[in-house]
Design a protein around this ligand. Sequence first.
Ligand code: TYD
Length: 211
Amino acid sequence: MKGLFITIEGNDGSGKSTVIASLKEQLAKLNVEVVYTREPGGSYVAEKIREVILDNDNIAMDDRTEALLYAASRRQHLKETVYPALELGKIVVCDRFIDSSLAYQGVARGLGIDNIYEMNQFATEGFMPDLTLYLLVDPQVGIDRKSNQKELDRLEHEKLEFHTKVYNGYLELAERFKNRVVIIDANCSVEEECSSVNKIVLDYIKERGLE
Ligand code: TYD
């Protein structure tokens, strides 16, 4: 496909939304069309799946069901939103993708990275991002940031132990996917975080000749 697929990952409270907003301002200056989307969700059907996954009433949800729903949402989102944009040569910036499943379901839920990777192959047919940024913040700091912000969803209600596993999961994945992953230290000020991300993404886009 002609475009570029860039995914932004991170543990809860890592400042992802602010970083993506800042990136949006920077990329608006370029001469290329950029689509901003998110997982779970990002298309009509996938947003419906998102509601089921994050609903606080769904306390009975089994871990494997959760993993399958994320993968189902991913499949639909790829078909409806991501592939069509990439075919047209656009840059797609996606808030979370397969690495979230590997860290949250694979590591934190204990289902195993390899199992989740394998299961996702059916949904993605091996399609992976060109570039992925992991925004990593100390898990307790992340929880504190989130709890000041808004009403928490089902995943955000998890305790420190869960979020620590997610954090460690990302570190393990960064090692495994060295070729496409860059770690950003999100313990600094949000301004510093944004400027690091903007620089890395802009340099990458230039390198790939897409500006
Ligand atoms: P969201 O409100 O989008 O949170 P955030 O701002 O942190 O991205 O909720 C998404 C939640 O779903 C988040 O806690 C991470 C989790 N998640 C998974 O567990 N597995 C996945 O595959 C994806 C895409 C997200």
